[in-house]
Design a protein around this ligand. Structure first.
Ligand code: G1P
Length: 290
C-alpha cells in the first residue's frame, strides 16, 4: 500500500509573458477563469483529492498568490457587518490554514525541474503531488484524485497523460511506452519535448503528477536538458530503472491556459459547465457564431 499523498507543489514562478500586459502587475495564475483565479482551481482540485499542504514555488512580485489564500480580515469583517454570508463563504473557502501553506522563492527561472527541487526540504521523503495551474482539467472526479487512487495501487510515479497530435510532441514530456492497458501505461523512458519524428509515442504528460521522492536524488544534480533548463521529465526518466512510472489516461478534459486561445476556450468551457451561467450563455455563443 503506497504512502498517503499529503503535499502538493505548485510551480507559480513564471513571468506570464504571453499574457502581457495583463500580467504586468497581476500574476498570471491570478487571472480569473470565469470567476476564480486559475490557481484556485488547482488548489480546489488538490483539496478534493485529500491534499492538505500546499507549497507554492513562486517569484518576487507574485505576492498576490499567497495573499489570495490567506485570511483577509478587513474584507471579511466588512462582509460580515453587511450580512453578506454567501460572499463571506466564497472568501473564506479560498483560504488555506496558515500552517498549510508554504512559500519558496525560486530566485532564478531554471526550469520546472528546478522549481520542484526548490520544494525538496518542505516535501521531505514522502510521495507528493505537482500541479501546473496552467493545465486546467474539467472532470467529474478531481484529476488529482484519479492519480492518487492509481498511485495507491501501483506506487512509484503516476502522471496524467493524454494522446496529442504527433505534430505537437515538441510541447510536452512524451512517454516511451512499455505496456498499455488503454487506461494506465507504463513507461520505460521519457523524452522532454521531442520533435515529432523522434517522439517515442504521442502519449504526453500534462501538468498533474504524483511523484516518488526519489526524483529529488536526480534533481539534486541540476542537469540541464531541453531549452538549457533543468527538466522534471529528465529527472523522472533517470529514476525509471528503480521507480516504476505510469501514465494515467484520466477521465476529464484538459484546457491549456498557457496559451491565449486555450485560456479563452477554458473560460467558455468552465462557464458552460456552470448551471447558473450555461442557459444564458448558450444563446449568446450561438449568436456570436452565427
Ligand atoms: C511542462 C513539462 C512537460 C509537460 C508540460 C505539461 O512543460 O516540462 O513535460 O508535458 O509541462 O503542460 P511546459 O508547458 O512548462 O513547457
Amino acid at each position: 500500500m503506497a504512502q498517503r499523498v499529503r503535499k502538493a507543489v505548485l510551480p507559480v514562478a513564471g513571468l506570464g509573458t504571453r499574457f502581457l500586459p495583463a500580467t504586468k502587475v497581476i500574476p498570471k495564475e491570478m487571472i480569473p477563469v470565469v470567476d476564480k483565479p486559475v490557481v484556485q482551481y488547482a488548489v480546489e482540485e488538490a483539496r478534493a483529492a485529500g491534499i492538505e499542504e500546499f507549497i507554492f514555488v513562486s517569484a518576487e512580485g507574485k505576492e498576490a498568490i499567497a495573499a489570495h489564500f490567506s485570511a483577509q480580515e478587513v474584507l471579511e469583517k466588512s462582509l460580515e457587518a453587511k450580512n453578506k454570508t454567501a460572499e463571506l463563504k466564497l472568501v473564506r473557502d479560498a483560504s488555506l490554514a496558515p500552517g498549510n501553506m508554504q512559500l519558496v522563492i525560486q530566485g532564478e527561472p531554471l526550469g520546472l525541474g528546478h522549481a520542484v527541487w526548490c520544494a525538496k526540504e518542505l516535501v521531505g521523503r514522502e510521495p507528493f503531488a505537482v500541479i501546473l495551474p496552467d493545465d486546467m482539467v474539467l472532470a467529474r472526479t478531481s484529476c488529482m484524485k484519479q492519480l492518487i487512487d492509481a498511485h495507491a495501487k501501483v506506487g512509484g510515479h503516476v502522471v496524467a497523460v493524454e494522446d496529442v497530435p504527433r505534430d505537437q510532441t515538441s510541447r510536452y514530456g512524451i512517454l516511451d511506452v512499455a505496456s498499455d492497458d488503454g487506461k494506465l501505461a507504463s513507461a520505460r523512458g521519457l523524452v522532454e519535448k521531442p520533435q515529432p519524428e523522434k517522439a517515442p509515442s504521442t502519449l504526453a504528460i500534462i501538468g498533474r503528477y504524483v511523484l516518488d521522492p526519489s526524483v529529488f536524488d536526480e534533481l539534486d544534480k541540476h542537469t540541464r536538458g531541453a531549452g538549457n533548463e533543468i527538466q522534471l521529465t529528465d529527472a523522472l526518466n533517470k529514476t525509471i530503472a528503480r521507480t516504476p512510472f505510469h501514465g494515467l489516461r484520466f477521465e476529464g478534459k484538459r484546457y491549456d491556459c498557457g496559451t491565449r486561445v486555450g485560456f479563452v476556450e477554458a473560460n467558455v468551457a468552465f462557464a458552460l459547465a456552470n448551471p447558473d451561467l450555461a442557459p444564458r450563455l448558450k444563446p449568446l455563443l450561438a449568436r456570436l457564431m452565427g
